[in-house]
Design a protein around this ligand. Sequence first.
Ligand SMILES: [Zn+2]
Length: 121
Amino acid sequence: MHELSIALNLIEIAETAAHNAGAARVETVYLKLGVFSGVVKEALFFAYDTATKGTLLEGSRLEIEDVPLVVYCPTCQQEVELPSIQQFQCPVCGTPAAEIRRGTELELTTMEIMSDETETA
Ligand SMILES: [Zn+2]
């Protein structure tokens, strides 16, 4: 499953960062996900829950921020947001969209962690 390998990769990055920050566990992981990234969110949530078992991220929440599909329109000479990934053309002038500027992201943006209080002294 595509989403499982993505989840495993995310967890690895997050766990390394959490370790480095001295975290006892991770509360929330924030992810930017482009609508054109090809990732099925439900599948990713499911894979995340399964794959975090036994890691610092077990029981943490995955917060996904949707990033809309934005292309550069050479006719309008500006970036335009596409209302749907089905219609791959500028919603203003109808020029076929060629250059994707945003919407393919899959990016861990930030995390909320709990530090281990028993360790401090
Ligand atoms: Zn246009």
